[in-house]
Structures are given as C-alpha cells and as structure tokens.
Design a protein around this ligand. Structure first.
Ligand code: EPU
Length: 418
C-alpha cells in the first residue's frame, strides 16, 4: 500500500500546471470505441483511473497507444465481451463502456461499476435511458444484460441532472435511429468535452452544456480527435492550497470560468487573487471571513471540492457552514480533520466549521479521493508531520501530486507500507 508523508508549514510559491480532467478523460476513452477508425485524445492525465480504462480497452482487443498524454485508440478489432467484475469495479467510469458497447452492438453484459464509497450512487437514470431508447435490461446478481433489436431516439427526462446518466445516454443514442433529447441534463464542462469528441467523429449533438441536449442519431462514426479540458477539480484543489499556504502561487493552464463558484467564495473570504485568461495567482488568506457553501451541479459549487474546501474553512475567522446536497456520505474526512485540531460539527447534510484552528500533524487515512486531497491540504498547513494512509485513492485522480507540490516548495513524499 502507499502513503504520503508531509512536513507542514512551508510556503508554496511558483507554478503548478494543471493536467487534463479525470472526469472528462474517463468518458472520452470509452466514447472512442464507438468508432472503428482511429481516435486520438490529447492531454490525458497519467493517473491510475486511466490505467484501468486502458486495461479494459486491451481486454476488449482494441489497439491502444499511450505516450506523453496522447492516447490513440483503434477499435476496429474490438470484441464485445463481458468485462471482468474485478476490472469493472475499479472505477465508476467503467460503465461508460456499457453504453458505448450497447450503442455499437445493441448488446452488452456488464457488472455494476465501482468508484469512491461516498454514497449509494445508483444508476437508475442510466437504465431508464436505455429502456426509453428501446433496450431490455435484465439485472441479476450485480450484473446487467442489456439488449435491443433497435435503439430508437426518444425524449428522456432525468430525475436529477446526473453527469453519468447524461454521458451514458449520449453514448447510447449517438448511433440510434432518429432524435434523442435529454431533458434536465447535467451541464458540467466534461459533458461538453465528450460531445466535442463525438461530434468530431461525425455525431450530431447540440446543446451540450445546457439542460437540453439534442442528439440526431447517425449510422457510422469515423476517426476523431479532441483535447481533454483542464481538470477544474485539480485546479480548485491547488487554488485552495494557495489560499492556505501560498505566496503568489500560480495555478496555470486552467479555464478560470470553470472554477468561478470557488473563486467567488474566495473573494467573499477576502482572498487576493489575480486572474488571467488561463491562470490564477493566489496567496495565503489572512484573517479570512467565514462563508456558507452549498454543493450543486455545475455551475454551482462542485461536491468534488467540498472536502478540500473544508480544510480552508478551518483557517477562517469564525463559523462557516457547508451543505452537501449530492452525496450522503461525503464527510468521512471530518473526523481526521478534527483529530488534527479542527473544530467541526456534523449536522445531517451540513457541517459547521469554526476557525481559526491550529492544525497539528497526525496519522490519518484517505477514505476516498477528495477526502485524501482534503488531508493533503491539511498536512501542508499543519505543524509537524502528517502521514496519510491509503493514498491509492488520491493517485487515482491527481497526476503527479508529489512532484507538483514538491516543485513549489512542499515537503512531501510517497512511500510504500504494509
Ligand atoms: N444519481 C441517482 N441515480 C442515477 C445517477 C445519479 O440517484 O442514476 C444521484 C447520485 O446518487 C448522486 C447524484 O445523483 O447523488 C449525482 O450523481 P452523478 O450521476 O452526477 O455522479 P457521477 O456521474 O456518478 C460524476 C463524477 C463524480 C462527481 C459527480 C458530480 C465521474 C467519473 N465522476 O459522478 O466525481 O462527484 O459526477 O459532479 O465523472 C470525483 O471525481 O471525486 C467524483 C466522485
């Protein structure tokens, strides 16, 4: 197993370059198999979630070349077979293959996907989409067998703007007959990125990024190309690091608009920020004012930054509140922050954080990806040494986190343990 050791209290300055977005890349790669020609995706982050998807591609007999963030996928020799449960369970995004295979072959067998344990995470909206398009879904022992004589375009109303369901229905509908409309679609930038790739392959998708997406089905998808957008959650995590311990820390290669909800809260705290077309420069917030935050779908405050933000709330002057509206179990970081000296009370879906607290290094555990990021931030601020166990979760989503933080002055290292 792996753990991260941090000696806290160092100021961070210099530049952190942001990688391609995990949550885009994990959808773009499965999207590529809808074509039988070469699809090229650039700016793919080097993280273990991408390794898992590569493993699935190779298992399905796709031809994959991955070098320096460029992935070339040729799916002409692909075989539509059941992905082993152990691989499917490695990550949430494995179920995007379920939709691509269904869209391409009108038949798929797959296990319930994995992903961070942060709530129930049902997939009923995706299944509702499959059924609306004419597929029959049989569920037995955690495994789905989905088949259709024909997939026929229709209107699907999502009960909630689910990112996964929106992407899944897009992938299933691009090669269906006629027009599919997704109403109450998720509006995340990652969905726009997926539509861009599919359109470059010859799909006819409009409205991605709004709550009404129109997909005119096509018979054939050809070669395609796209670049993965910058990771707004990685960017947000390092921007928060800047507000905690930064001295003109530059977070570079970002789309500032994608982190507006975070920047807005930082302004409200009284942080000083310099924003350019593709970067943010940020220094430690002195005497920051408390804020109230509620997680929402894009463009609201992202649930994925809720846990990293909690570390910053411990340093503000007064009582902040944070309400989690997307997941039922995304406060597993709190007990470790409290161990480190934070004053936090959980009240159902809300936490109240009273600051400023003096954080002290402790041995803590990354229960999930963003909880791990929260604890890395706490370690950067804390006095003494913080050891974060179980950081495989963190490595799933943050490319070269050790190198990026070391380069700007953090004392941080990765080590193996038993
Ligand atoms: N939901 C349902 N039924 C469904 C789908 C979703 O009830 O069929 C509920 C979920 O239980 C949850 C909410 O709707 O309460 C939102 O779920 P959504 O489907 O939007 O999430 P997701 O697609 O599973 C993606 C990201 C998550 C991110 C969410 C929300 C990927 C691979 N994952 O998950 O990222 O939190 O959107 O923005 O894109 C992370 O990166 O740490 C992470 C968890």
């Amino acid at each position: 197993m792996k753990r991260i050791k941090i000696v806290g209290g160092n100021k961070l300055s210099g530049t952190i370059n942001i990688s391609g977005a995990k949550n885009s890349a994990v959808a773009l790669i499965p999207a590529a198999i809808l074509s039988d020609e070469e699809v090229v995706i650039e700016n793919v982050p080097n993280i273990s979630d991408i390794d898992a998807l590569e493993e699935i591609l190779l298992y399905l007999n796709a031809d994959v070349k991955r070098e320096n963030g460029k992935v070339r996928i040729n799916s002409s020799g692909i075989v539509n077979k059941e992905i082993p449960e152990t691989i499917a369970k490695k990550l949430r995004a494995s179920y995007y293959f379920m939709s691509s295979l269904l869209g391409k072959y009108k038949y798929v067998e797959m296990y319930f996907p994995g992903g961070c344990s942060i709530g129930a995470r049902p997939i009923d909206q995706t299944l509702k989409g499959y059924r609306a398009l004419g597929a029959k879904v049989v569920e037995e022992n955690d495994k789905f067998t989905i088949s259709a004589d024909e997939l026929i375009g229709t209107t699907v109303y999502l009960d909630m703007p689910s990112v996964g369901a929106t992407v899944n229905i897009m992938l299933t509908a691009v090669r269906a007959k006629g027009e599919t409309i997704i109403e109450n679609a998720a509006k995340e930038p990652e969905i726009v990125n997926v539509a861009m790739l599919l359109n470059s392959m010859g799909a006819k998708i409009t409205g991605a990024g709004t709550s009404s997406i129109h997909i005119e089905g096509v018979n054939y998808l050809s070669k395609g190309y796209c670049e993965v957008i910058p990771d707004r959650i990685e960017a947000g995590t390092y921007i928060i690091a800047g507000a905690l311990v930064g001295d003109k820390l530059k977070i570079n290669n970002i789309i500032p608009e994608h982190v507006n909800s975070l920047l807005d809260k930082l302004f409200e705290m009284g942080c000083y920020l310099e924003i350019t077309d593709n970067s943010v420069i940020i220094s430690q917030a002195k005497n920051g004012l408390p804020v109230n935050v509620k997680t929402m779908g894009y463009p609201g405050f992202p649930t994925d930054l809720q846990q990293p933000l909690t570390t910053l709330l411990t340093q503000l002057n007064g009582k902040s509140s944070l309400e989690e509206t997307i997941y039922e179990n995304r406060f597993q970081n709190v007990k470790y922050l409290v161990d480190m000296g934070a004053s936090i009370v959980i009240d159902n879906k809300k936490i109240y954080v009273t600051g400023p607290s003096n954080l002290v290094g402790k041995e803590v555990t990354a229960t999930d990806l963003r909880a791990g990021a929260c604890l890395v931030l706490a370690g950067l601020k804390a006095d003494g040494e913080t050891i974060i166990d179980n950081v495989e979760h963190v490595l799933r989503g943050y490319e070269n986190i050790i190198g990026k933080l070391s380069d700007v002055g953090a004392k941080i290292e990765l080590e193996e343990y038993n």
